[in-house]
Design a binder for this molecule. Sequence first.
Ligand SMILES: Nc1ncnc2c1ncn2[C@@H]1O[C@H](COP(=O)(O)OP(=O)(O)OP(=O)(O)O)[C@@H](O)[C@H]1O
Length: 680
Amino acid sequence: MSLFLVNRYLGEDENGSVSKESQSQALLAKLKQKAKEKQRQSLTEQTQHPSKERTERQNAKTKRKADKDNSQEPKHHKKRRSEVVPSIALDSDSQDEPVHEEKKNKRAAKETRKKKKDQSGSSVKGLSDNTPVTGRDGQDTGGEEEKTGTETVALKQTTAKTSGPTGYTVLGGFENKPVQKVNRVLPQWLAQPDVIHRDVKSNLVPIADIPELSALLVKKLQNNGIQHLFPVQAEVIPAILESAQQGLLIGRGGYKPRDICVSAPTGSGKTLAFVIPVIQVLMERVVCEVRALAVLPTKELAQQVCKVFASHAEGTALRVVMLAGQRSFAAEQASLSEHRGGMRRSLADIVVATPGRLVDHINKNSGFSLEHLRFLIIDEADRMIDSMHQSWLSQVVKAVYRSGSGAEAMSIFRRTEPACVTAASLSPPQMPLQKLLFSATLTQNPEKLQQLGLHQPRLFSSVHSPSNTIGSSSNGNTTPAAPAQKQGCFNFPQGLTEYYVPCTLSKKPLLILHFILRLKLSPILCFTNSRETAHRLYLLVQLFGGLQAAEFSSRLSPAERKKTLKEFEQGKIQLLISTDAASRGIDVDGVKCVVNYDAPQYIRTYIHRIGRTARAGKTGLAFTFLLGVQEKNFLQMVVEAGSPGIQKQIVKPENLKGMEARYEQTLQELANVIKDERAK
Ligand SMILES: Nc1ncnc2c1ncn2[C@@H]1O[C@H](COP(=O)(O)OP(=O)(O)OP(=O)(O)O)[C@@H](O)[C@H]1O
């Protein structure tokens, strides 16, 4: 029974002999006496501190009212409240308490504050001194009172003060902490690249200074008129050759070459930086197999790179094949392999492909094998990463390691996907797959680069931006970048001068005509944002007359595009109006001027467009037509990207006057032509 004994407080004179009635009477008398004493005490205090007393009385009154309200609640609510209120009250999103309770609390607290406010000007502060305000109240009031300046501040202070002593963590508090800027932290290989000089002209390296180059290739380069290597070539060629010192295989000891990433300005000679070493490594091969694969985003680029490979492989046994859909699938298939005596024989050493056509051959052409692939070259790498959703890379990698478990695994070398390095895994000779990435605007986003599955990558870059500032690294793996860094600083060719031309929409075509007919800036490569604009501008210029123009977009067939590019290169076309189909990689010698008829939306697009001029250390001009609304954002974008400076070029209205009458007439003719086209 003693287990259930409940001890009660029965007053100091607890005595078993006294009756219960007398006990309670004694207790009551004692309480009354205490109450009297307290009353007397408060009276004396009141005479000394009248305002404080009043405040306390008000508080007590409010508290009593709140208690009364609470007493009407069901018991379990009361209990929960006493447990939960201080903590959840600070969380405005919390749904733990019933809504009516919240309202009552708010009302009670509000009343308290209102009365205090009436009492004195500093009432809000007074509240904080005497009555703890729950966070929820503070929050509501904070929201309302934000309209009244000084009071808001006082209330915020109140909340901050009260949150401390309660010992509860304030969630969603009012303290306005300054948000800390997050500094980008790059992996070491991205933050500390091998630096390439941006100025091509003053950093030429004589071919003789690169002893790694084979005599055959030196001769070939000289025959092609190349006596010096550009900075990117002087850095990257020896690095690739060094990684293939062991021939095509990894020797015992398991040295697997590092993947190589190159970020250098447009027109700085990146193509030869991979063509030369790949040819040199492969030209000693005995058996013909596909050992190098270059992937490019467009047919035109594939064609251009294929041409460079073919011209430098001349005189060797190497065969270069293009898979870009320029020819039929069957024709491409026939150029890749042949079957003799039931055996497949590869006819290609180097394949240059676009991703779509490449995947077609991997899946549908049994004669196409990548099991001997040694180099995977990804040109315009940032663009190729964006097309990763086509999963071309995973298909290539799958095709490369296809033989891992098959009968061919018994051949002299093994091809296994990179895994943990062990003594057993290293004993048979391995053929590595080395990735070589090139772009003028290589992303620094490690998340994007991760999609490429790079192996201990090494970066060569000509971006001398603060983003590459070497900071102290705590663990040696990452380097905090300088706080002032911009998200991305890009490569701008040294010989390029950038201008922007403020204009109105209706005057843009007239400006282009002025540039060609009056300023004689041709050949001009002009970019629009859509093929419709390109087509209409082309029609208008044709109708205006006096110059040779052509359009270049997906409206044309690949054959027509090829012909157009050739004619532009030959100087037969003064104005080539193109969509972004020609903005990347296209190398047309002698383009003096690029005009962005439509301002590009993205900085990368801008860099590639203007990079069609000022190539190979030459000079060039880039003009961007800007409408009033575009000016601010565009200029900001260009400056942030690290442009050396873009100048304003104003074309005075009187300079256009002589052409205006003819222009108006041409516009009317154009309307008829477009109507006819639509009817057709
Ligand atoms: N060492 C060299 N000497 C003279 N000319 C060169 C040399 N290397 C490359 N070139 C020429 O420079 C031009 C630009 O080269 P390339 O097309 O490789 O530039 P890129 O860096 O790939 O440009 P983009 O980023 O626009 O694709 C080409 O016409 C090429 O023939």
